[in-house]
Structures are given as structure tokens and as C-alpha cells.
Design a protein around this ligand. Structure first.
Ligand SMILES: C[S@@+](CC[C@H](N)C(=O)[O-])C[C@H]1O[C@@H](n2cnc3c(N)ncnc32)[C@H](O)[C@@H]1O
Length: 190
């Protein structure tokens, strides 16, 4: 058992401590719904998970996962996360956590990837929707074509956040080959 957790497991450890029952959390890249299910277990029946993906297969797969696990409090949308503000009801705001897992849907069309053109607007929108003390987590994958440019843009976005309002951190293996994935975390201070 390695001493360091995988980046996504670190995100889960931190989010587990942060979310309270009744909170609303967003999965900005549903994929196969693993993160949505994780969030659904934390927000409880009084809370809600709102999810986004651009592929019908991701909405289907995530909905199936929620149903199989008897989680009823979710709201999934077939649209890009850059549109999230339009789809989140006022009464669900502000949000406790927004998770992004960038890249492509595993075992599907690898040409459909997240890109900085929509990821950065979605991250900016997330800053507005987050509550003070809330967290944005972003799994970045610089190892695939396009993922390198997107990850660099996301890192630069985080570096430029005003220090008085946000704390930004990153975590990943430094000596692994092939540009390993890393986690970027942004906490809204106020
Ligand atoms: C790495 S997968 C997400 C994995 C997922 N979190 C899970 O637990 O299975 C990335 C997903 O982002 C989706 N995606 C691509 N562009 C998007 C956009 N603009 N808005 C929302 N999702 C997008 C892809 O369709 C893909 O399903």
C-alpha cells in the first residue's frame, strides 16, 4: 500500500470532510458517474447532486449507476459545464463542492475531450456559484493530445486567482513517466 494516495483519492478524502448532509454538489464531467455516486452518498437525501456531460452515453451510464445504488436526489443535464449557471436553481445555491474530471469518457470516443475553451469558462462560473469554504476539484490529464494544453491553461488559471479570495493547491507524482495526472484544488475563502 503506497504512502501517497492517488490524486482522485486525495480529492475524495478532502471532499468527504467538507460536504454536509443537505448540501448541493456538482459533478461537472459525469462520465460514468463514479464521482456523482460518491457525491450522492455524501449530500444525503436532503441534498442534491447536479451533473453535466455532453455525451448521451455519459448521462445514461451515470443515471444507471445512481439508480442501481438507490440514490434519488440527482439532476443530470446533457449540456456542457460551461452552461452550468443556467441549470442550477437558486434554492440550491451556493454550492459546497464542484468536481471536474477532465479528458475523455473511458471506453468511448477518445476524440471527445474536455478543452480549455469550455473548461476555463466553467471554472470561472464555478467560482461564482461556490459558497465561502467551498471547494473546486479538478483532475487534470496532461498525458493525452489536447490534455497538455488544457492542463496548462487550468494551472495558469489557478495561479492567477486572487490570493485574498482563493487558495489553490496541486498534487501529483513528480517522478512518474508520460505526464501523469494531477489534482488541482481551489478553496473559496470569501
Ligand atoms: C474523464 S471523463 C469523467 C469521468 C467521471 N467523472 C467518472 O467518474 O466516471 C470526462 C467527461 O467529460 C465530458 N465532457 C467533455 N466536454 C464536456 C463539457 N464541455 N461539459 C461537460 N462534460 C464534458 C466527456 O464527455 C467525458 O464523459
Amino acid at each position: 500500500m503506497p504512502a501517497f494516495p492517488k490524486p482522485i483519492h486525495l480529492a475524495h478524502q478532502i471532499i468527504k470532510k467538507l460536504i454536509q448532509s443537505g448540501d448541493t454538489a456538482v459533478d461537472a464531467t459525469l462520465g460514468n458517474g463514479h464521482d456523482a455516486l460518491f457525491l450522492g452518498g455524501l449530500v444525503g437525501e436532503k441534498g442534491c447532486v447536479i451533473g453535466f456531460d455532453v455525451q448521451p452515453a455519459a448521462i445514461e451510464s451515470s443515471t444507471k449507476r445512481m439508480k442501481e445504488n438507490e440514490i434519488g436526489h440527482y439532476d443530470f443535464h446533457l449540456t456542457g459545464h460551461e452552461n452550468m449557471a443556467e441549470y442550477i436553481d437558486e434554492e440550491c445555491l451556493p454550492l459546497a463542492v464542484i468536481m471536474f474530471n477532465l479528458g475523455y469518457l473511458p471506453n468511448a470516443d477518445k476524440s471527445i475531450i474536455t478543452t480549455e475553451q469550455t473548461t476555463i469558462p466553467a471554472l470561472n462560473s464555478s467560482l461564482q456559484l461556490l459558497k465561502p469554504g467551498g471547494l473546486i476539484s479538478v483532475m487534470c490529464y496532461p498525458g493525452h493530445a489536447g490534455g497538455d494544453i488544457e492542463s496548462a491553461a487550468v494551472s495558469q488559471w489557478a495561479e492567477n486567482l486572487p490570493r485574498e479570495n482563493y487558495r489553490a493547491a496541486s498534487y501529483g507524482l513528480h517522478n512518474a513517466p508520460n505526464s501523469p495526472p494531477y489534482l488541482l484544488l481551489v478553496e473559496k475563502i470569501n
